[in-house]
Design a protein around this ligand. Structure first.
Ligand code: SF4
Length: 132
């Protein structure tokens, strides 16, 4: 298979290793509304605790899950919603994938007059991946 993009390579890696590249988490099934199009049955199945969800987010970040959708139910019925959102957000190196121009701009900088006094450096262009 010829990989035509970074996304193709990521999908291949996650498929071969049976890793979820994208995950959808319903934080709650609770909701005060009863929309006719809703796919939830609104039964009380219980909910994961704040700690359990944070551990899940840690695990997903560790294995390289790229896309996390947080949904419900009515997510604002969870008093810890913003805490969970911030917890997940802090594990996101950068809210997008790298683009070819991200690397190109770094190369242009190093080749420019602005970098004439740089004799050696590790210029990390990874959107914060190594800093996790
Ligand atoms: S979870 Fe969303 S779609 Fe379902 S009843 Fe509540 S508001 Fe409507």
């Amino acid at each position: 298979m010829v990989e035509t993009s970074i996304m193709d390579a990521l999908i291949r890696r996650t498929t071969e290793n049976h890793l979820p590249i994208t995950v959808h988490v319903d934080l709650t099934y609770r909701c005060n509304e009863r929309c006719v199009h809703c796919y939830l049955d609104h039964n009380d199945y219980g909910e994961m605790t704040t700690k359990e969800i944070c551990t899940l987010f840690e695990d997903l970040a560790e294995i390289g899950t790229l896309f996390l959708t947080i949904s419900g139910g009515e997510i604002f019925l969870r008093k810890d919603f913003f805490e969970l959102l911030e917890y997940a957000r802090r594990r996101t190196p950068w809210p997008r994938l790298g683009r070819p121009e991200d690397i190109a701009n770094a190369a242009v900088f190093l080749a420019s007059d602005l970098a004439t006094y740089i004799t050696a450096a590790n210029l990390v262009v990874d959107g914060g991946w190594l800093a996790r």
